[in-house]
Ligand binder design. Structure first.
Ligand code: PBG
Length: 328
């Protein structure tokens, strides 16, 4: 053939392919999500093979290993004992609670590790919703916005007092970023950052996570506050609000099925964009690989590269440590 253009020339050797590679993952791209519980031992999570509920000691060790591999940050998800869950979710702001103790232990052991906490009521709330619930006489369920935001502010302050570097409101209540910013600043925590879960969708991919924390809603769903999966303009609207309200970083969640949303936010904002490869995305890869149908290493790298290529500056992934190990 008399071809003038032969794109294959740029793929002809590993060296040339490396030279023209547009997207490169590094350990510093990642935030490592970790589950913790009050028990002494570490426990495998049935719904998320390869992930554990860590004891405080186990958590400090695991975070230390990840940090030594170059991962800058962890985000914490607590399993709260059933007996501590109440309709008002008071435990979420208990200074002696599991999360504040974990933050203190992590910062004491690894001062340079960025410790991020999740701000939402679902692990603490006997209804399993991210906010406070009011039930109508007809059995209908309403998740209250403004009352919830007050509790979220107390929760964020409690995490800041324990030494958290960053709080991540994942609740999707309106106005919570501004309210949390004001509460933090009012208590002289100007240095504590806010990672807004800006475009968090009402996703079926969260199932394994709710199993990991026993935090599934007791009834109803989360569709009156988490976003409709069909929408992308609405994500931009949430972005503009979170920017205005003072978020330091914005997030898209889940990641893989929402690459267009990541790209849209990347186009619209100068803030760093984070994306969360959630439990269902993790489990799909894990189970297909356990069955021998996909090759884990390659699929993990490809899924994460795709998320970064779409525009994510930061990726939350249960694969973070494994990937950092491979890149190191
Ligand atoms: C709850 C929260 C959820 C996740 C992170 N924070 C679940 C939910 O909204 O129901 C999901 C993470 C995952 O699936 O990996 N505030």
């Amino acid at each position: 053939m008399n071809l003038f253009h032969r794109p294959r020339r740029n793929r002809k050797s590993p060296a040339i392919r490396a030279m023209v590679r547009e997207t490169v993952l590094t350990p510093s791209d990642f935030i490592y999500p970790l589950f913790l519980h009050e028990d002494r031992g570490d426990a495998e999570i049935a719904s998320m093979p390869g992930c554990r509920r860590w004891s405080l000691d186990g958590l400090v060790q695991e975070a230390g290993k990840a940090h030594a591999l170059g991962i800058p940050a962890v985000i914490l998800f607590p399993v709260i004992a059933e007996g501590l869950k109440t309709p008002e979710a008071e435990e979420c702001a208990n200074p002696e609670g599991l999360v504040p103790r974990a933050v203190q232990a992590l910062k004491a052991a690894h001062p340079s590790l960025v410790v991020i906490t999740d701000v939402a009521l679902d692990p603490y709330n006997s209804d399993g919703q991210d906010g406070l619930v009011r039930r109508g006489e007809d059995g209908s369920l309403e998740v209250l916005n403004d009352q919830t935001v007050e509790v979220l502010c107390r929760q964020a302050l409690c995490h800041a007092e324990a030494g958290a570097d960053m709080v991540g409101p994942s609740d999707m209540m309106d106005g919570r970023v501004a309210a949390i910013r004001t509460a933090l600043d009012g208590a002289s925590f100007e240095g504590v950052s806010i990672l807004g879960y800006t475009a968090k969708y009402a996703s079926a991919y969260y199932g394994p996570f709710r199993g990991a924390l026993d935090s599934a809603p007791k009834d109803g769903d989360k569709k009156t506050y988490q976003m409709e999966p069909a929408n992308v303009r609405e994500a931009v609207r949430e972005l503009l609000l979170d920017e205005e309200e003072g978020a330091d970083m914005v997030m898209v969640k889940p990641a893989g099925p929402y690459l267009d949303v990541i790209a849209a936010l990347r186009d619209e904002t100068t803030l760093p964009v984070a994306a969360y490869q959630v439990s269902g995305e993790y489990l799909m890869i894990k189970s297909a690989c356990a069955a021998g149908w996909l090759e884990e290493k390659a699929v993990v790298m490809e899924s994460l590269t795709g998320i970064k290529r779409a525009g994510a500056d930061v990726i939350l992934s249960y694969f973070a440590k494994q990937v950092a190990q491979r890149l190191g």
